[in-house]
Design a binder for this molecule. Structure first.
Ligand code: N2P
Length: 342
């Protein structure tokens, strides 16, 4: 009897600990990428605590997930890194029976080439990378990446803290193709970046644009829009895709390998796919939303805004930056380290 009691007690303790562990969720996401109540509502409904770490670049995400288990549950990788994470065993496959709201997604955004059966990833938001600027300070509105090197704006520009994006801007200015890098074009981009005097290498540019510290930023379209919505900057912020070209990207939700709280992780992804939750996020963060069921709830002004949903001509000038060939990766890493060390 005593033995049986002890066993029962032990089971209760194990069960309770398991439950307690399920009450936490560790998220790794880009900044300014949820609505103010997205997390608090989830915490209330699922009676749990969510902790969020923020990434500034795809490299940061790659590093944080490099040696599973990373301790993260839900992570938000961009298209370019998904295949590397899958083949490196850094993501756990999704259990789609736990993501009933997957069906809310626009079929056009399902099965994208980096995860053709959505075994590991579910689309979150998509957007473009171009130039955000404060038009009360920048005149005329530039149409080229070259403005980042204009001495008139020295110390007032920022570049993304991401080797691919920053090097790509330099490659465009050098007349090189960022979609087909070579050892020579990487060296030229490094030298070009070395002559740039940015205020900061930063990916979350909203605050610097709003405060007026930065006037021209290599930026994601939604971050520019968010800055333009701040009272201090109303009407001041423009976003352009330079004539040389910009970038399109698709961000995703995924579960990190060995995630400590897989059930809650699935519940979180499913929650983020609810039409009202998803629409509230894009209404706040101003990124294009692949959730078809959310569309009727998205502000009409957003749906009609070509900065968020670009027209065909603009989309034609934007391309997805794909992973560089393996052989060039060490060169890119070294070149970037040299740029940042200056
Ligand atoms: C959100 C940044 C979007 C991430 N602030 C770009 N992939």
């Amino acid at each position: 009897m005593k033995k049986a009691l002890t066993l029962c007690l032990a089971l209760v303790v194990v069960f309770a600990c398991g439950e307690a562990r399920e009450k936490e969720l560790h998220v790794l996401n880009w900044s300014d990428y949820f609505a103010p109540d997205t997390i608090t509502n989830f915490e209330k409904e699922f009676d749990c605590r969510v902790t969020i770490d923020y990434i500034e670049s795809t490299e940061t995400l790659r590093l944080k997930l490099a040696k599973p288990p990373s301790g993260y549950d839900v992570v938000f990788p961009s298209d370019e890194v998904v295949q590397v994470l899958i083949s490196g065993g850094q993501l756990d496959p999704l259990d789609r029976t736990k993501i009933a709201n997957f069906g809310n997604l626009d079929p056009r955004f399902r099965g994208l080439p980096f995860d053709p059966e959505n075994r590991y990833t579910v689309p979150y938001m998509w957007g473009t990378t171009g130039l955000a600027m404060n038009v009360s300070k920048v005149d005329p509105v530039p149409d080229s990446w070259a403005v980042l090197w204009d001495p008139k704006y020295e110390g007032r520009v920022t570049l993304l803290d991401d080797s691919r994006d920053a090097m790509a801007a330099a490659m465009f200015v050098n007349g090189d193709d960022p979609h087909a890098p070579t050892a020579e074009s990487i060296a030229r981009a490094r030298d070009k970046l070395a002559t740039c005097r940015p205020r900061a290498w930063i990916s979350s540019v909203k605050d610097m644009l709003v405060s007026g510290d930065a006037w021209i930023c290599q930026a994601f379209n939604g971050d520019a829009m968010q800055a333009g919505e701040a009272e201090e900057r109303a009407g001041d912020i423009a976003f352009v895709i330079p004539k040389e070209g910009g970038f399109t990207w698709f961000d995703n939700m995924a579960i990190a390998k060995g995630a400590p709280h897989p059930d809650l992780a699935h519940a979180f992804i499913d929650y983020l796919l609810r039409p009202e939750v998803s629409a509230a996020i894009s209404n706040e963060v101003c990124y294009a939303n692949p959730n078809l069921a959310a569309r009727p709830l998205i502000d009409k002004a957003q749906i009609e805004d070509p900065t968020i949903y670009p027209d065909e001509e603009t989309m034609g000038r934007c391309r997805v930056l794909v992973e560089p060939p393996e052989a060039l990766k060490p060169l890119l890493i070294k070149a970037w380290a040299e740029v940042k060390a200056r």
